[in-house]
Design a protein around this ligand. Structure first.
Ligand SMILES: [Zn+2]
Ligand SMILES: [Zn+2]
Length: 262
């Protein structure tokens, strides 16, 4: 049986519950604070060990602390995920009625879009169709802002997509409810919302996964069918963050002119 939770674990869990999702660096800061306040001599200093001990206790409750990467920047995040719930209303207990209704409709738009984004115009046009009561456009704008604040959605120049919190918490829900349009990344095998698609074999890659993958390849070719990758490759992982062998490969790739620079 897993060891009982220490006070440091309990305090960390409370902090994570209050925030919903945190950047991995913030999770590490919280872990350090909790361990300073409730020292446990001999305990490991690693965040992964700390989270594994918590997950062993959370498992019987069908909950898990998961790590994930933001789809655009590749930044690391940590979120508490409810694995048992299949009903969006109960999963996202901090939704108000308006937020839930608008979130569902926006989720439809994002998943049907093909590129992972819904424009604010498209979302505002839903105002009349919302149930149980229609919303004024101004109300829709306010509710959208709340969804961004709560980290269910993120917004970039009037375009909305799913925040990593939604992706981590709703992955199973989305695969179940959108079997036609939910896609898995060929590299990391998790749900991919903002992605590029191989025009030859149809595999899907996260922008952050493909950016990392192509830095270690001499030519940008599909990791599955090996055809030339025709899309612009976002430069999200500066070579200095890669191990030195990968860095050499990356320099070689950019010298040959295959990488599309931003
Ligand atoms: Zn991926
Ligand atoms: Zn391919």
């Amino acid at each position: 049986m897993a060891a009982a939770l220490s006070d440091a674990h309990r305090r960390f869990l409370q902090a994570l519950l209050a925030r919903g999702v945190v950047e991995a660096a913030e999770a590490e800061r919280l872990r350090r604070l909790c361990c300073q306040r409730h020292p446990a001599p001999g305990a490991s200093d690693a965040l992964d060990d700390f989270l594994a001990a918590l997950n062993a206790q959370l498992q019987p409750l069908s909950m898990e602390i998961r790590r994930g990467s933001a789809e655009d920047s590749g930044g690391a995040y940590v979120a508490l995920v409810n694995l048992a719930e299949t009903d969006l209303t109960k999963m996202a207990s901090d939704f108000s009625e308006n937020e839930l209704e608008l979130f569902k409709k926006t989720l439809d738009l994002i998943l049907m879009s093909g590129n992972g984004f819904a424009s604010s115009t498209e979302i505002l046009n839903l105002a009349d169709q919302l149930k149980p009561k229609k919303m004024k456009k101004m109300e829709v704008e306010q509710v959208l802002q709340q969804l961004v604040q709560k980290k269910w959605l993120c917004e970039k120049e009037g375009e909305y997509t799913l925040h990593i919190r939604s992706i981590l918490e709703l992955e199973q829900y989305i695969f179940r409810h959108y079997p036609e349009s939910a896609r898995k990344c060929h590299i990391c095998h998790s749900l991919s919302i903002q992605s590029q698609v191989c025009e030859d074999c149809g595999i899907v890659l996260h922008c952050s996964c493909l950016s990392k993958y192509f830095q270690t390849q001499p030519e940008p070719r599909c990791p599955h069918c090996k055809q030339f990758w025709p899309h612009r490759i976002p430069d999200l992982h500066p070579p200095s963050q890669l191990p030195s062998s990968a860095r050499r490969e990356s320099r070689k790739a950019s010298r040959t002119g295959f990488r599309h620079q931003q």
